[in-house]
Design a protein. Structure first.
Lengths: 973, 402
């Protein structure tokens, strides 16, 4: 194996193959329809001939001498007793038959026309257009020719009976011509004006002598073409019938052999590589055994591949055909066998031809033949070539671990000791490598395999590990277990964007799940209700370096979709920071230090003040400890106040989703862009940790009682709904009286529906407002909704106030029985409750009818999601396929791989969507820069220089070796 | 180019020396002009700092911009609704929205599911409701039922139309009297149905040439389809008063579209009017306008779903590749993916077998340069880090050394 020089594919040429070439490359002719003999040995010149390659271990290939596994397999061939059409080319064969002369084989186009099509073809090629369109128009043109312009032979029309039968159609005189003429000469019974035609009159009109007419009428003389036409014209009848002359495959082959190369090229067919007669096969290649391996079942029986089954059929029929022909069987039998052979070869190539019954396995399952192997999602192209199964991968359930950094992933120890990373043993890694091997495969930081310089791979076992460890020296390779700090790729499907695949650092842990920091849930779109994720261990130094620099989670904090952070605080983190900063509570020293326990901050600043219990620190001060120095920000929070941060001190406002949340939290976004990814990672980790301690400090829970409103409020809600009912009754009355004014462009019925929907919508909203008024500000559901942690005020309205109108297809529920939704209502009842208005709240409970309507609305949502996932998946696949070749070049242009310019500057200004948020007009703040330069606000020359030159991003190191960082964080307080 | 008082030639020289694009250079000048008295040295620093910030924000070379854009549009697709709801507001026009509309756009369908136009009006027409109405009548297809009552008299085998005089005068604002309009209508009916009409005052009568009940009904059916005024494709027009920065104006929204015809109607502001059929825009205004239309339509579709945070640059790239050939190409089998040079890339997308067979006939060859081909043949793909031709530790040693 190692003796072969590695080669690279340079290109692939496509073409048809000459039968002679098939014979040349064939390892053997196959003549026996059997596979193995009674002893289990492959039969010579059978379908499993050892010259076609070997699949059983221990046997030697008789063509290349290699054993199973290294022998690639070799083609054989079957000599077909008669030519057979290749199903893939039936349309082209039809076109060629129509476009070429049946006599001389030339294209039935004049030289001038040919020249025109040649030019057109060149143009199509230059413009990258489909040459098929030229072929089609050339054939259309050629078909018009009644006679061959080269030899003058009249051309017959070709009829194609799918899939593989062709007829030559000629109009010949009907056998019943005399009857037809006589019939036409009779007077028409229904038409009084028609007196019929006498033979004499017919003779006069056609110019045929009377006695001839009489002969014709007697069926004694067959009128020639001219006479026939004259008769047809005079009598207004059709005397011809179609005569179909079946073209056998051999006829077509002979026909195509005559077509000169120069004519073929007019049609855009490559005559050198693809002669048209090669579309009709005389030799059938037999795929190597390796492409159709047989499987040995548990009971020792062999089960053959579908292709082998099909080949058996072909050889059998082929044999029978030959025998019958030699025995001089009647033409009918020969033709039947020919058709059968054609059928088997057809289904061997493609078993899903419409109009042909698919060849079936004994069990009734259609066979999977050549085309089926290539086609579709699980086919060769999409299933085995574009996407492959890989080694060094693991998959298990995920669960959260707030103690991990967002860069890390907790890997179960049993995964860590199964998956390995290859290290090359050098003088420097020798001791390390020895230790891994000595630990063996079962002790955790151990090794599973070693590879000697001569290429032999040895399995490390509990027994031989000590001994192997002593043998290790430079030049060996050791496959050691994953250890803390290794970089791995982590992925959750569906991989919709690049943040679905990110690199993490390994932390080996007990138990069986992958553990992740909850802040990386948004990019993966993961939750912990049973989601599974995949992990891949990287095998080369280059890939590990790339993954660390480009793919680590912290490098992916900004989403290229909207140019803001996609990683940030979520759910309880946000509730936590909200509680910590909204009312700016005070903490004693112990409490404050406890809040900061999980962060790297270990010193408190000067207290904010003192009360009876001693010095205190406020929530905002505690939060400020996490902010980097020099951070200035001002923005509106979703809680409704203005957040002001000056020089890293949080002075005012509530820290909520808009500040630290995933999907564009201002503070996180600013830190990534102005400081660094590393600083942002530290910030997010610490916010998460602080928020968790904060929420635990205050205590946070939600239960059914948190959604209850006092009886007074309930009454108010009922009243609001009753009012709405009243208004609807009025509307219906006006409508029934015919007084309802329709809205422009709408019918009266539509107007009524719209108005009712509007009224009910308002009713629900006012119920929501009433409920909201009665909720305390510290109600956990309200806190979550206001801070943006989870849920909305609408959810709350539905739980406490009123669920509201259920809709199907954007309308009130109208389906069910005739003129009514349910048998509980009068026909044509237009009232709210009869069309799916749910006046109860979720907490109060739905009535059975409301429940039923609610289920209808709910079902629509489910169907919608199911349809949507498949549709958007296909959209995504198409988009990616169309755009995948586009790349930004060094000159700033966007080009595809064949160097065609698609954009001169990406997005018209050449800025990166990662660095520029979509709602910013300009990337560069020229005014700010001018002010800064003019005011000379620089502490040092170095700072000034870094301001004036493009930044060089630092090379990212591991979480555990980031020393620069810990000092930076310390400097914060 | 605007003249600057405080920008000296020296300042110009240092600013022009940077890699700043024109638009940014202009802003640097503006900024210097505003401050007055900026020295050349300071100007150099400003320019350099601006350049530094600009270069930092630039997309990096070898970035797979196509894949990133495709993902950035495809990913929010999973969050869109399938339902096609109406616009907010009451009398608005139903338009396909959400995922179906997005698919329709990248498919480059010849005819959108719900064609519509937004017609802006020229000054006087935009301010005066009556004038705006005139344009409405010129646009909206007027059928017989809108003009009067149709009754069939089976005994006499005639169809009788009683035209509404007021409606006629309203819909033909240029006419002084209803009588000539009625005559015109009668004529149109004669031309369209091939019957003789008798008309008197506001009444028009006609019937089949031979008494036949079937034919009579047939005539009524056909009569209803005749367009007496306006554009056949436009079935409904809605006038809306819209607030703009400089006052209010009337804007027309139409159901159905005939962009070319509409642009040529008096009172229509051709520079602002638009339609949601990208092919019509391509035909009327050219490929650049079509590109712009694709961007606008996709961004509107996304905005309607609350997904307008998607960066426009991604939509631009999609629009650019769709219009790259000078005609609108769809994304998918019949468009860009189907016209790729590489056989393997086409085969790996859809209709695998046919592409292979056709390639054989045409004697195509695949150089394996593209992304998909490299994946298939197991080579590094030529994008991103795979496109960097850099070798480590392969310094050539002179033969004398060994």
């Amino acid at each position: 194996m190692s003796t072969q020089t590695p080669k690279q594919l340079g290109g692939i040429d496509f073409g048809l193959m000459d039968p002679e070439t098939y014979r040349d490359i064939s390892a053997t002719k196959v003549i026996t329809a059997d596979t193995y003999d009674d002893d289990g040995y492959p039969i010579d010149m059978g379908l499993m001939d050892p010259r076609l390659g070997v699949i059983d271990p221990g046997l030697e290939c008789r063509t290349c001498g290699q054993h199973s596994g290294s022998c690639p397999g070799h083609f054989g061939h079957i000599e077909l007793a008669a030519p057979v059409i290749h199903v893939g080319f039936t349309t082209l064969i039809r076109r060629l038959l129509r476009a070429t002369c049946r006599e001389c084989g030339r294209l039935t186009l004049t030289e001038i026309e040919m020249e025109e099509f040649r030019d057109e073809l060149d143009r199509a090629e230059d413009l990258g257009k489909d040459p098929d369109t030229v072929l089609k128009s050339a054939v259309r043109q050629a078909r018009k020719a009644g006679n061959c312009p080269h030899c003058g032979e009249p051309q017959a029309d070709i009829k194609h009976e799918k899939p593989t039968t062709y007829y030559e159609v000629q109009n010949v005189l009907s056998g019943e011509y005399s009857e037809i003429i006589a019939e036409a000469m009779q007077p028409d019974d229904e038409d009084e004006d028609d007196e019929g035609m006498s033979p004499q009159a017919l003779s006069d009109e056609t110019g045929i002598p009377l006695d001839r007419i009489n002969q014709i009428l007697g069926g004694e003389f067959r009128p020639r073409d001219e006479g026939r036409r004259a008769l047809e014209k005079a009598l207004d009848v059709d005397l011809t019938e179609e005569d179909m002359n079946k073209l056998m495959a051999s006829d077509i082959r002979d026909w195509f052999e005559q077509i000169p190369d120069s004519d073929i090229e007019v049609l855009g067919i490559d005559a050198a590589d693809s002669r048209p007669e090669w579309m009709i096969m005389t030799v059938l290649p037999v795929p190597p055994v390796t492409a159709r391996p047989s499987i040995t079942l548990d009971n020792g029986q062999r089960s053959e591949d579908d292709l082998t089954h099909k080949l058996v059929d072909i050889i059998r029929i082929n044999q029978r055909f030959m025998e019958n022909r030699e025995a001089g069987a009647p033409q009918l039998i020969i033709e039947d066998l020919w058709e059968l052979l054609q059928y088997h070869v057809t289904t061997f190539v493609d078993n899903e031809i419409s109009g042909t019954p698919p060849a079936r396995h004994r069990s009734g399952r259609p066979l999977k033949t050549l085309s089926q192997r290539l086609k579709g999602k699980e086919g060769r192209f999409r299933g085995s070539l574009s996407g492959k199964r890989v080694n060094f991968s693991a998959r298990t359930v995920i669960s959260p671990d707030p103690t991990l950094s967002l860069n890390e992933v907790g890997v179960p120890d049993r995964v860590a000791s199964e998956m390995t990373i290859t290290i090359n043993v050098t003088d420097r890694t020798l001791e390390e490598a020895k230790q891994y091997v000595a630990n063996g495969p079962e002790t955790h930081p151990g090794a599973n395999y070693v590879k000697r310089p001569d290429g032999r791979r040895l399995k490390v076992t509990e027994k031989n590990c000590e001994e192997l460890a002593t043998k290790i020296e430079a030049g060996w390779e050791v496959n050691r277990h994953l250890i803390d700090g290794d970089i791995v790729i982590f992925n959750r499907q569906p991989s919709l964007h690049r943040m679905s695949i990110m690199a993490h650092e390994v932390v080996v842990m007990p138990y069986k799940t992958f553990r992740l920091n909850t802040t990386v849930c948004p990019p993966y779109n993961a939750d912990f209700d049973g989601d599974e994720m995949n992990m891949h261990a990287l095998q080369t130094e280059e890939s590990r370096a790339e993954a660390r620099v480009l793919m680590r989670v912290q490098e992916q904090i900004l989403s290229p979709r909207f140019g803001e952070n996609i990683i940030g605080a979520i759910q309880d983190h946000i509730s936590g920071t909200y509680l910590l900063t909204h009312d700016n509570p005070q903490f004693t020293e112990t409490q404050a230090l406890d809040l900061l326990r999980a962060t790297q901050v270990d010193e408190l600043p000067e207290p904010d003040g003192e009360d009876e219990t001693g010095p205190y620190w406020t929530g905002r001060t505690v939060f400020s400890l996490l902010l980097p120095d020099g951070l200035d920000l001002e923005f509106d929070s979703s809680a409704g106040d203005t957040v002001i941060i000056e020089d890293g001190q949080h002075l005012q406002g509530t820290i909520d989703e808009d500040a630290v949340g995933a999907f564009g939290g201002e503070i996180v976004d600013t830190i990534v862009k102005q400081y660094s990814e590393t600083r942002a990672r530290v910030f997010i980790n610490e916010v998460a940790a602080l928020a968790m301690r904060a929420i635990m400090h205050f205590g946070f829970s939600i239960g059914i009682d948190d959604e209850s409103i006092p009886p007074v409020a309930d009454e108010q809600v009922d009243e609001a709904i009753d009012n709405a009912y009243g208004r609807i009754d009025e509307l219906i009355e006006t409508y029934r009286a015919g007084d309802l004014e329709s809205l422009p462009g709408r019918t009266v019925d539509e107007t009524l529906e719209m108005k009712i929907m509007q009224t009910l919508g308002k009713a629900r909203d006012s119920a929501g407002e009433i409920a909201e008024d009665h909720f305390a500000d510290d109600n956990p559901a309200v806190v979550m909704a206001r801070s943006g942690a989870r849920g909305s005020m609408l959810n709350l309205t539905q739980m406490a106030g009123c669920v509201g109108q259920q809709a199907v297809r954007g309308e009130r529920i109208n389906r069910g029985y005739e003129d009514r939704t349910l048998a509980h209502y009068e026909p044509n009842d237009l009232s709210a409750e009869a069309h799916g208005f749910v006046e109860n709240s979720y907490r109060g409970g739905l009535t059975p009818r409301e429940f039923f309507f609610h289920a209808m609305g709910g079902r629509e949502g489910l169907v919608d999601t199911a349809v949507r996932t498949s549709k958007s998946g296909y959209l995504q696949r198409r988009l990616i396929n169309a755009l995948s070749e586009l790349e930004v070049q060094y000159d700033g242009t966007v080009r595809d791989t064949s160097d065609r310019v698609v954009q001169f500057e990406f997005g018209e200004d050449g800025t990166s969507p990662v660095k520029v948020s979509s709602d910013e007009d300009f990337a560069v703040d020229v005014e700010g820069i001018t002010d800064r330069v003019l005011d000379a606000e620089f502490d040092s020359e170095i700072e000034k220089e870094s301001f004036l030159t493009p930044s060089e991003p630092p090379t990212n190191l591991s979480e555990h070796t980031d020393t620069a960082l810990s000092s930076e964080v310390e400097s914060d307080d | 180019m605007t003249e600057y008082d405080h920008v000296t030639d020296d300042i110009k020289a240092v600013v022009e020396d940077t890699e700043l694009p024109r638009r940014l250079r202009r802003r640097v000048y503006d900024s210097i002009e505003e401050r007055e008295g900026v020295t050349t040295e300071q100007a150099d620093e400003i320019a350099r700092a601006a350049e530094a910030e600009y270069l930092d924000a630039r997309i990096e070379p070898l970035e797979p911009a196509g894949t990133v854009s495709a993902q950035s549009i495809g990913e929010p697709g999973t969050q869109m609704t399938m339902n096609t709801f109406h616009y907010a507001g009451v009398a608005e026009i139903d338009v396909t929205q959400g995922l179906p509309r997005l698919i329709e756009l990248v498919d480059a369908r010849k005819e959108p599911d719900t064609p519509m136009m937004t017609v802006y009006l020229d000054d006087e027409y935009a301010e005066d409701r009556e004038k705006a109405r005139e344009v409405v009548w010129a646009l909206e297809a007027t059928k017989i039922l809108a003009l009067g009552d149709v009754s069939t008299n089976v005994a006499d085998m005639v169809v009788r139309i009683d035209l509404n005089e007021e409606t006629l005068l309203e819909r033909w604002p240029t006419a002084d009297a209803a009588e000539p309009v009625a005559a015109e209508i009668a004529e149109t009916i004669e031309d369209a149905l091939g019957v003789d009409t008798r008309h008197q005052g506001m009444a028009i009568e006609f019937g089949p040439s031979e008494p036949s009940y079937r034919e009579l009904l047939q005539l009524v059916e056909e009569l209803r389809e005749i367009v007496f005024k306006g554009i056949e494709e436009i079935s409904r027009v809605v006038i809306r008063k819209e607030e703009l920065d400089d006052g209010e104006e009337f804007v027309l929204y139409t159901e159905g579209s005939a962009f070319g015809d509409v642009l040529r109607i008096d009172g229509v502001d051709a520079s602002r009017s638009t339609c949601n059929n990208i092919h019509e825009i391509h035909e009327e205004l050219g490929i650049e306008a079509a590109r712009e239309a694709i961007i606008n339509e996709t961004i509107d579709t996304l905005r309607e779903q609350g997904l307008d945070d998607v960066n426009v640059r991604h939509l631009m790239l999609v629009a650019d590749i769709m219009t790259n050939e000078g005609t609108i190409e769809s994304i998918g089998r019949h468009g860009i993916s189907g016209s790729k040079d590489s056989v393997l890339a086409r085969a790996a997308f859809e209709v695998t077998v046919n592409h292979l067979l056709d390639a054989a006939i045409h004697g195509e060859s695949d150089d394996l340069n593209g992304i998909i081909e490299n994946v298939i043949s197991g080579k590094p793909v030529s994008v991103g880090t795979g496109d960097v031709k850099l070798r480590m530790g392969s310094m050539e040693t002179s033969p004398a050394d060994d």
